[in-house]
Design a protein around this ligand. Structure first.
Ligand SMILES: Nc1ncnc2c1ncn2[C@@H]1O[C@H](COP(=O)(O)OP(=O)(O)OP(=O)(O)O)[C@@H](O)[C@H]1O
Length: 227
């Protein structure tokens, strides 16, 4: 689903944010992306969304070679990817329903089909019945669930998250991570960038570790131990 082939990224005037990074994520795989602040986690996610371009190397998403994508194909790529941010970027002057329906309106769904999909997305994050509420009335954990519902409402095959539990306490963080795992169980490929090493170690799963722009470990959990 995702392949990085010796990818480097240098921002104008800066040092290399990523250096020769190669890895593959299979369809339906779940992985964490960890590393110190400034290690390159957000940069790696942005390259997949074509928000940044590599200085060297190639990135493939769902068979698309992003270096060969025409400008007109970028919306097609973005529809394959659901993104969840730490600060969830919800619009507080709109209802929960409108926040989640936004990507569907942009994609041209009819109101009836959009309504069906919004309710299915809310159901998948345990918030059915909250359509008319304003996000400002919801707790931090509920707001993050709305952010996840918005990311999956288009049924993207790839779900990326950048520090999705950054503002949440350990219990809520574990609940949110469990939600991501449920999407993996229905075939979605999931990659989550996080600082929360304790949670990652508790949950297991494959772990990609960035250190000063280099991928220095790519481990699979086995019997509770990284190998
Ligand atoms: N737009 C930019 N212009 C110049 N340098 C940048 C830009 N974005 C990131 N960088 C630099 O690239 C490096 C990697 O940053 P990145 O945000 O990818 O790291 P990160 O691992 O996500 O960090 P954090 O955990 O703090 O969010 C850092 O040295 C950062 O200062």
């Amino acid at each position: 689903m995702v392949r990085f082939d010796r990818v480097s990224k240098r921002y104008p005037g800066g040092k290399e944010a990523l250096s020769g990074v190669s890895f593959e994520l299979d369809r339906g795989e779940f992985a964490f992306l960890t590393g110190h602040s400034g290690a390159g986690k957000s940069t790696l996610l942005k390259l997949m969304m074509q928000m940044e371009h590599p200085s060297r190397g190639q990135v493939f998403v769902d068979g698309l070679n992003l270096g060969k994508l025409r400008a007109g194909q970028v919306p097609y790529l973005r529809r394959k990817i659901g993104v969840v941010f730490q600060n969830h970027q919800l619009l507080f002057d709109r209802s929960v329903y409108d926040n989640i329906a936004l990507p569907l309106q942009i994609a041209g769904y009819t109101p009836a089909e959009a309504g069906r999909r919004v309710r299915a997305a809310l159901d998948s994050v345990g918030l059915l019945g909250m359509e008319k509420r304003n996000p400002i009335e919801l707790s931090g954990g509920e707001q993050q669930r709305v952010g996840i519902a918005r990311a999956v409402v288009n049924k993207p095959p790839l779900l990326l998250a950048d520090e999705p539990t950054g503002n949440l306490d350990p219990e809520l963080s574990a609940e949110i991570m469990n939600l991501f795992m449920r999407f993996q169980q229905v075939g979605v490929t999931v990659l989550i960038a996080t600082h929360d090493i304790a949670l990652v170690e508790r949950l297991g799963h494959r772990r990609l570790i960035l250190d000063h722009g280099q991928l220095h470990e790519d481990a699979l959990i086995a019997g509770g131990q990284y190998v």
